[in-house]
Design a protein. Structure first.
Length: 96
């Protein structure tokens, strides 16, 4: 991740609004967490909010916020970055 400041705001269950602020620019994203997907990636015992935050950290390590889709489901990330699921499984053991 670069110098971005991330803000993740929870909406209704399974839907999250994410705002990324970077050097005066703001991008907004609506993210859906598919049922059962956090469990598939080893995040089942942690709040969904954490997998959304970590998924944005993953994305921001690879592209600027302005390149991230404005609305998407977490399971589509692997279409663009095939290593996403294995990396998220690895990161699921990281706390804090």
């Amino acid at each position: 991740m670069r110098d971005e400041e991330r803000v993740v705001v929870s909406g209704e269950a399974g839907l999250y609004e994410v705002e990324v602020r970077s050097r005066g620019a703001v991008s907004a994203h609506r993210v859906e967490v598919p049922t059962g997907y956090p469990e598939k990636l080893g995040w089942g015992e942690r709040p969904e909010l954490e997998i959304v935050r970590e998924s944005f950290a993953f994305l921001l390590e690879r592209e600027p916020a302005s390149s991230i889709l404005p609305s998407f489901r977490l399971d589509v990330i692997s279409r663009y970055f095939p290593e996403y699921e294995s990396e998220m499984k690895r990161r699921s053991g990281r706390r804090g």
